[in-house]
Ligand binder design. Structure first.
Ligand code: CA
Length: 233
């Protein structure tokens, strides 16, 4: 039987050197210049830790290529690394609906979006995610999206998921970011910083819910801060 300490020492999340090797070998050499620019700008942002990790971005780009979507939705834009990555990866006639309450962070990346000639693919909606999703459910026919990426208020992940099951096509992909919450999901509560505790609890509950959801096939990928890939059945 593998002991807990052995399994932890093998984990990518606990080996900064291995992560750096992975980034330098596979990710950075292939990272488009526009994304590199965003990553460097975001690295000075006070909330930079919540931005999607570049190695997770590389996997998302691969999923996008494999699914060849016509319509995607992104909930939580922040400074736009996954948004620009999606817009650079999808075909020219594919559209992204991007929802976030904070337009300022998106505006930071707008010059890069314009420079990359991808603005026409993006429909940015300044709104809370739940109201935007409810509006979409009322206004458009169901199951219009091929791909969804969710990276915002962890407290509502389950509510987003319930709505996305209605909005994403059967065979479509839904990806959640930060589902290992800096590794705190597996730490004893007393070892977790107070500021991390609320989202840790939301993520633990969401992960438990998702693990038993029979509407999707799932894969939990321990790269970046953990992404969970769902394939809608
Ligand atoms: Ca994130």
């Amino acid at each position: 039987m593998v002991s807990l300490s052995n399994s932890i020492s093998k984990g990518l999340l606990h080996s900064p050197e291995l992560r750096e090797y992975m980034l330098q070998t596979f990710v950075y050499p292939r990272e488009p210049e526009f994304l590199k620019e965003i990553r460097l700008i975001t690295s000075n942002h006070p909330r930079c830790l919540i931005e999607t990790a570049p190695e997770a971005g590389q996997l998302i780009a691969l999923l996008l290529k494999l699914t060849n979507p016509k319509k995607t939705i992104e909930i939580g834009v922040f400074t736009g690394y996954p948004l620009v990555l999606t817009a650079l990866t999808i075909p020219d006639d594919c559209k992204i609906i991007a929802i976030d309450l904070d337009r300022d962070a998106y505006e930071m990346e707008l010059p890069i979006i314009k420079k990359a000639y991808i603005e026409h693919k993006i429909n940015f909606i300044k709104s809370s995610a739940l109201s935007a999703l409810d509006e979409l459910l009322n206004e458009v026919s169901k199951r219009i999206f091929d791909f969804a990426f969710i990276d915002t208020d962890r407290v509502s992940y389950q509510k987003y998921h319930e709505r996305l099951l209605e909005l994403v096509k059967v065979g479509g992909i839904i990806v959640y970011d930060n589902t290992l919450w800096f590794g705190t999901v597996a730490m004893p509560e007393e070892c977790v910083k107070e500021t991390m505790k609320p989202n840790r609890q939301h993520i633990i509950e969401f992960n438990k819910f998702l693990a038993s959801d029979t509407h999707v096939k799932i894969s939990q990928v321990p790269i970046g801060d953990g992404i969970t890939i769902c394939w809608q059945l």
